[in-house]
Write a protein of this length. Structure first.
Length: 223
């Protein structure tokens, strides 16, 4: 590949894929190594960073070490899932609680019912989107793209349980968990579906940051 083609090729890869290439670059040509190093610099990824050494260790380690790395990935995935769901809810709860000295209880309850307990909880979803966008400051792995898995399973479990206990049709069950229901009729949504919305918003924030980051790299390269 020519240099420009190599740069384009590496720019299309995820951070994790670049880290793997950086750890196993012995078989690359000099042009490829140079282009890879430039792409790593553009993403603020140090070639000597611990993450790259970890990837190299995976490639040369035994099954126990690889299993430990997998366990670490799962742990970070679970942590990000908590951040995307309960973490977002706790953030809004903290700011609401902090305002009690300045805002009356009645006003806070009106705010909660209108913007948080309301169908689809716009304030919470926007917060999850922002936190997902900023998550790159602390987390870099692909586990950030999969935080919706557990919430989705939770919704399926809750939906099937509600359908069975109420002998409801599929259309009524889906409407109960995803329809536009006012508070307090939407309590089941607040207990299950809302966490799916938050995790999806978090993932969208991650994807938006990745897209913006790629666009900025392209602008810098062509400038």
């Amino acid at each position: 590949m020519h240099s420009n083609s190599l740069l384009q090729h590496y720019s299309s890869k995820t951070d994790d894929e670049l880290l793997v290439l950086a750890a196993e670059q012995a078989g690359l040509t000099e042009d490829a190594k140079s282009s890879l190093a430039e792409e790593l610099r553009r993403r603020n990824l140090d070639e000597n960073a611990p993450a790259i050494r970890d990837v190299h260790a995976i490639a040369t380690s035994g099954p126990i070490e690889r299993a430990l790395v997998s366990v670490k990935w799962v742990g970070l995935w679970l942590l990000n899932t908590l951040v995307a769901t309960f973490g977002v809810a706790m953030t809004i709860g903290f700011f609401t609680y902090s305002s009690q000295q300045f805002v009356s209880r009645a006003a806070r309850m009106r705010f909660m019912v209108r913007f948080i307990y309301t169908p689809y909880s716009p304030i919470l979803i926007i917060t999850a989107l922002v936190i997902g966008y900023l998550s790159y400051k602390t987390f870099r792995g692909s586990y950030r793209y999969w935080v919706w898995v557990l919430p989705a399973l939770g919704v399926v479990r809750a939906l099937l349980g509600w359908q069975e206990s109420n002998q409801a049709s599929w259309s009524n069950s889906l409407s109960h968990f995803f329809g536009f229901l006012p508070y307090p009729e939407n309590r089941d949504q607040l207990d299950s579906t809302l966490f799916l919305y938050l995790s999806l918003a978090y993932t969208v924030g991650v994807l938006v940051h990745a897209s913006v980051h790629d666009r900025l790299k392209t602008i810098r390269r062509t400038a």
